[in-house]
Design a protein. Structure first.
Length: 133
């Protein structure tokens, strides 16, 4: 049997745990999911060209840079170097195509060099790799 005091204590403990949650950036999605919580695994699925890899990369960067979460990004479809380039382009706010074709402006180059001083870590892993426990 649970007493009202026990229920209040459990509710308070739950609220403290929830304090670590972070927004997805979409209010409606946060309403349904409660946002990102430490230790969660999220899977983004969709047809090619719909932006799932870009969304996952931006979420990984948001959680790592703005909230200090350790994030691991696994892409079944894209090779690791392509996912890494997407992360770099997103973090620097430089169009990804310019990274690939080398047609970067001086401003793009400056933004990329600015990343060298950031302490953001997102590990990019190929499919089937194991995360250290």
């Amino acid at each position: 049997m649970i007493t009202p005091l026990d229920a209040l204590e459990q509710l308070e403990a739950w609220r403290e745990e929830r304090a670590a949650t972070r927004t997805t950036g979409f209010a409606e999605l946060d309403d349904v999911t409660g946002g990102f919580e430490p230790g969660q695994v999220w899977m983004v699925a969709g047809t090619p060209g719909q932006g799932r890899s870009t969304l996952a990369a931006q979420w990984a960067l948001l959680l790592a840079s703005d909230h200090g979460f350790h994030t691991h990004l696994v892409s079944k479809r894209d090779p690791t170097h392509k996912v890494a380039a997407r992360l770099v382009a997103s973090a620097a706010k430089v169009p990804e195509l310019r990274l690939w074709n080398g047609r970067m402006s001086a401003q793009d180059d400056h933004k990329l060099r600015g990343l060298l001083h950031d302490r953001v870590t997102v590990s990019v892993r190929p499919p089937g790799s194991r995360l250290a426990s």
